[in-house]
Design a protein around this ligand. Structure first.
Ligand SMILES: Nc1ncnc2c1ncn2[C@@H]1O[C@H](COP(=O)(O)OP(=O)(O)OP(=O)(O)O)[C@@H](O)[C@H]1O
Ligand SMILES: [Mg+2]
Length: 252
């Protein structure tokens, strides 16, 4: 469970990223965060695994006060939360399986990493993860020989090896064509439904958000302006989320 209790985030330069956000995400939910560019979607997502530190309020993840974590406990906490980005972040010159196994590296003695001596159980887990996202046949292919959609699936498989209870995805389908984007969204749905992993993702494509997520959080200037079922999002809601912030006298 993720609980934001009057959370704000003000960046060092004074920019307000989040403004008094209060919301609860239950285990197993599939939530899409929508809003204009600069609204605070990435900020919201990245506070959950403490890539960004909140500046006021309280953020609790599975009962843990996120702000209070440091050192070893923070690293362990982060490993329980998967993260997927728009740009896949793979090591493209090496094989798919090594990319997936790289998620095991923090637990491994350094000599094993150098030798590429991964444990058998880690290899099995990596192959199982690839199977879950439907690209087991690509395990020994170099990552740069895969399409964008396949590369995003490798990134997903890599996070699955961490046994996350939550996956955060920052614009995971933004770089993909419409057909591939849908396939990757379906992967998220399957992971959510079959493995019970909570999915929290930022997305610019409203149609995809409404089609695949159960719940929509609409954010504008760091504030939550809609939070409810996808089915209840109508034009009026979208107008509220995407309202033009430009003052009337400047809008020519
Ligand atoms: N590291 C930072 N330092 C200062 N300001 C930042 C930083 N990161 C983000 N911001 C600002 O915080 C606000 C929210 O940014 P954020 O990246 O969360 O928006 P977003 O909704 O993800 O936008 P996009 O759709 O373009 O990715 C913006 O005004 C942005 O300029
Ligand atoms: Mg963003």
């Amino acid at each position: 469970m993720i609980e934001f209790d009057h959370v704000s985030k003000v960046y060092a330069n004074g920019t307000v990223g989040l403004d008094d956000v209060t919301l609860t995400i239950q285990d197993g939910e599939f939530v899409a965060i929508i809003g204009r560019s600069g609204a605070g979607k990435s900020t919201l997502l990245r506070t959950v695994n403490r890539m960004h530190q909140i500046t006021s309020g309280k953020l609790t993840v599975n009962g843990t006060d996120v702000s209070a974590l440091s050192g070893k406990r923070l690293r362990k906490f982060r490993r329980g939360i998967g993260m997927v980005f728009q740009s896949f972040n793979l090591v493209t010159r090496t094989s798919v399986i090594k990319n997936v196994l790289s998620a095991c590296v923090p637990d491994m003695p350094f000599w094993r990493v150098l030798l590429g001596a991964f444990r058998k159980e880690d290899k099995i887990k990596a192959l199982e993860s690839l199977e879950k996202v439907g690209i087991l046949d690509k395990a020994y292919v170099r990552a740069d020989q895969l399409s964008g959609g396949q590369q995003q699936r490798v990134a997903l498989a890599r996070t699955l090896t961490q046994d996350p209870r939550i996956i955060l995805a920052d614009e995971p389908v933004a770089a993909l064509d419409p057909v591939t984007a849908r396939q990757v969204m379906q992967d998220f749905v399957r992971i959510n439904q079959e493995m019970g992993i909570s999915i929290l993702l930022n997305i610019h494509h409203v149609e995809l958000a409404l089609e695949y997520a159960d719940r929509i959080i609409g954010i504008r200037s760091g504030r939550i302006v809609y939070d409810g079922p996808s089915a209840n999002v109508d034009q009026a809601v979208l107008d509220t989320i995407y309202a033009d912030e430009t003052p009337a006298e400047e809008a020519v």
